[in-house]
Design a protein around this ligand. Structure first.
Ligand SMILES: [Zn+2]
Length: 164
């Protein structure tokens, strides 16, 4: 009975990131019990974040010991390799490597958007529905496209945006 579910619990359910990635089998396993469903969603969300933190931690630990500049087998940006132009993401791995070694200015120069992106990704992982809001999606898109264009202009001060 939806009427027996606390309003706050329903609201939590309606903004859940799982709404996007829920598998039908998973949804049916809770039957018609909305409270049970919400508890299941919270558990899967928690497990997802634990997995993400573990995978992210392993990735960062690996990167700490492998400088992207001198590690030839680390994947290069496909867009840069094909076109010779930088994309908005170019320099991210090198920026992360620099940041891991405390060189934040270097990281900033490799990719200006690294730190804002990390904050944004964190927020969107927790509240994915925000990605659909125009006041979030449009500014993010505009910034990404502007950065993509400006960092390819080989004239000062835009040169500073290139990942060197
Ligand atoms: Zn790129």
């Amino acid at each position: 009975m939806p009427g027996s579910v606390p309003r706050a619990a329903l609201r939590w359910d309606s903004v859940s990131w799982l709404r996007i990635m829920q598998h039908p089998d998973f949804r049916e396993s809770a039957g018609n019990d909305p409270v049970k469903k919400i508890k299941q969603e919270r558990l899967v969300k928690l497990l997802f974040f634990i997995f993400l933190a573990a995978a992210g931690g392993l990735g960062l630990a690996f990167l700490y010991f492998h400088d992207p500049v001198s590690t030839r087998w680390l994947p290069q940006c496909a867009f840069y390799r094909l076109t010779g132009f930088y994309c908005s993401g170019c320099g991210t791995t090198r920026a992360l490597y620099a940041a891991l070694h405390g060189e934040f200015y270097v990281a900033f120069r490799y990719n200006l958007l690294l730190f804002p992106s990390l904050v944004l990704i964190g927020v969107l992982l927790w509240k994915p529905h925000l990605a659909l809001r125009t006041w979030v999606a449009y500014p993010v898109l505009i910034i990404l496209v502007l950065y993509w264009i400006l960092r390819n202009i080989p004239v000062y001060p835009f040169l500073l945006l290139a990942p060197h």
